[in-house]
Design a protein. Structure first.
Length: 259
């Protein structure tokens, strides 16, 4: 019982300052019902994996290097279905697909309001992580890859949910390669307890929690997890924002995980 209370309190302490919404750019997404569109090195199509709508990016070469599933930002107080139209994730997905990875931007499930005391934060973070994980597993089964070939990722709200679930959750990340946290932040205790390798990117002065980017990495307690992780706090940008320059670095770090 004491451990259970500690886990729930960890979620609540982590979450207390996270009062933002960041669902991304609504331009440039793959529209429902459109046929696959040929790109330089990949095709895109909207389809379902694990009973969830996804924008799916498939390399033209069948020598697939791995799988990346991505979730958008959202309103943490009352998260709606994940967006397929986040411009930053669309650009990143294209670069990853060009590099040989099967990529899905996932319309993760609509989640309950977090509650007056943030009592639903833990279950919402679990739901989001499970949706991204289940999509990865479904893609792996269809294309002949393994759980160890899967990388999860998210922006803003989704990044924070993944960080929190990695620290306090119950094994959703098991056997996956790790996760990407774009504009992700956490409390010190949560950062210390991260149990899966993470690529953490944030601008200087991320306003919602005290640990982000480089400090997420610095505070990981597990030496084995830290050795496979990376953190970057970008001094060229500030606040709850992104830089396009991160995308090439993210691709490089994913390639180091899954060459």
């Amino acid at each position: 019982m004491k451990n259970h209370v500690k886990i729930i309190m960890g979620f609540i302490l982590f979450s207390a300052g996270l009062l933002w919404s960041c669902s991304g750019d609504d331009d440039g997404g793959v529209k429902e019902g459109t046929p696959p569109v040929a790109q330089t090195g990949f095709t895109t199509v909207e389809r379902q994996f694990a009973n969830l709508d996804c924008s799916f990016y498939k390399p033209n070469s069948e020598d697939y290097k791995g799988i990346v599933t991505l979730g958008s930002g959202n309103d943490p107080l009352d998260p709606s279905e994940g967006s397929l139209n986040d411009g930053y994730l669309i650009a990143l997905a294209g670069k990853l697909a060009d590099a040989g990875y099967l990529v899905a931007i996932v319309a993760y499930r609509d989640e309950p309001p977090v509650g007056d005391n943030w009592q639903n934060w833990a279950s919402n973070a679990t739901m989001l992580a499970e949706d991204l994980s289940d999509v990865g597993t479904d893609i792996a089964g269809e294309f002949g890859l393994e759980r160890s070939d899967i990388v999860l990722g998210g922006s803003s709200y989704a990044a924070n949910a993944l960080i929190s679930h990695s620290a306090w959750g119950m094994g959703t990340f098991a056997d996956t390669r790790g996760f990407i946290a774009i504009m992700g932040s956490s409390s010190l205790e949560t950062a210390q307890n991260i149990k899966s390798p993470v690529l953490a990117f944030a601008c200087n002065g991320e306003p919602y929690e005290s640990n982000y980017g480089q400090s997420i990495y610095d505070n990981i307690a597990s030496a084995s997890v830290k050795s496979k992780s990376y953190g970057f706090t970008d001094a060229t940008c500030s606040g709850h924002s992104t830089s396009n320059a991160w995308q090439d670095v993210i691709v490089q770090k994913v390639q180091a995980w899954l060459p």
